[in-house]
Design a protein around this ligand. Sequence first.
Ligand SMILES: Cc1cc2nc3c(=O)[nH]c(=O)nc-3n(C[C@H](O)[C@H](O)[C@H](O)COP(=O)(O)OP(=O)(O)OC[C@H]3O[C@@H](n4cnc5c(N)ncnc54)[C@H](O)[C@@H]3O)c2cc1C
Length: 463
Amino acid sequence: MADYSLIIIGGGLSGLAAGIRFARFGGSVLILEKHAIPGGLNSYYYRKGFLLETGLHAMTNFAGPGEKRAPLNRLFRQLKLSRQEFVTREQYSSLIYFQGNNTLSFSNDFALLREEIACRFPGERDGFEKLLAIVDAYDPFTPKKWVSTRTVLGRYLHDPLLTDMLLLPLMVYGNSEEHDMDFSQFVIMFRSIYQEGFFRPGATMKDFLSLLVDKFISFGGEIRYNSKVESVALRDGKACGVVLAGGETISCDAVVSTIGAPGTFELLALPRQEEKYAGRMSFVESIYILPRQARETVRIDNTIIFYCLADRFDYGRPREAVDPSWGVICFPEHFVGIPPADYFQIRITHAANYDLWKKASALDYKAMKEEWGAKSRRITSKIIGNYQQNIVYEDSFTPVTIEKYTAKAQGAVYGSPVKVKDGITPCGNLFIAGTDQGFLGIVGAMLSGVSIVNQHILKAIDH
Ligand SMILES: Cc1cc2nc3c(=O)[nH]c(=O)nc-3n(C[C@H](O)[C@H](O)[C@H](O)COP(=O)(O)OP(=O)(O)OC[C@H]3O[C@@H](n4cnc5c(N)ncnc54)[C@H](O)[C@@H]3O)c2cc1C
């Protein structure tokens, strides 16, 4: 008999959700995480007494506790998490800000975006309503051929500015492809951001991760940190266990890997196929901490600002190390019901070029961080006011940091542009969940973990 029915590689959000789902049904399950704490891309660390969250601007797919059929509540039911245990704080509103002072606001009430479009783009009103009917009727979860979102939008919207404005938040928060996106992914992101909306956990991401780990353990699951999986042991083409960095072998009946397609293939001693599966979209992010008094000098009207100061919004790997001409400015504590603390944060995200950061020497890397940080602050100060003189602490990370702390090839936050939507790999009882299965973001990663267990593991394993 195997040591465990299921081994999950990776203790990020998809791995934790998959683990809870399987443990809930009494399955013996072990999560192996190479780092000392859970969370993966969405984790936390301490610097100078500040708790910094690595991957949280906001969670998507907001739903009130009473909306039983909403994806968020379905997810929580599947994980046996109650909305009382998990307090949510909604965004105030977010802003899409394009050059020429073109703006669109949206909130968790979809009517706001509708009104904004009718008011600022009156000629596009009917086209937008027709697009909404298409989005409402579309089933993005049934496998389909790739469809160009820009082509579909071009049928209903005639002003490229509106197309670019609508695409920016959806692409930067969940598109692994450059320049265009698959229409199914557009529909998923449109619903989760514009029609459902942003929120954050009432407490910290650290607390949310503890809630998930505690739930997993309460169902009998086991988690081991500092446990890097080096390879998957195979017997007759099927996974029969995993081998850890120290040489220890742990046997199992099935494996779920959440570390992305190239990393998973490597564990199976297959070619990594980076040319096909490595994503090209990665980011730099700066986190600035300012004292409470500095709030008066910063325009904190919105929770998140998505800006573009270039003629057209080009979502792609930039030619230079960073592209500050567009980006995201987030106030991660500026959510309804979160009282002001002694300090507040500003997080700023831009597209970045992995190759240039990767090949930089240690000295150049440091200099590049300083140079691009200064450029970013100069540009974003034009939008939110000059916050620079009040910064008491700052930290930043690059595509190389993302690659180092997760297994995302080339630091691609949204993983491969080619998704393994059914989770199936050449190894019959090993499945891919998480970013490279296709659902993106925090809620998406958790939905992916749950759905892979539902579709494959619960059926396959008689425990
Ligand atoms: C800067 C940034 C900001 C973000 N902001 C948001 C946001 O505001 N809202 C949102 O919804 N999403 C956001 N995301 C995206 C979100 O964090 C991810 O989509 C989600 O967390 C992915 O979860 P995952 O489980 O698929 O992958 P991961 O989080 O990458 O988990 C994989 C885990 O596997 C572990 N691992 C890797 N290799 C091995 C190995 N060989 N053995 C054992 N363990 C291994 C890794 O350490 C990691 O913990 C952000 C991401 C980043 C980087």
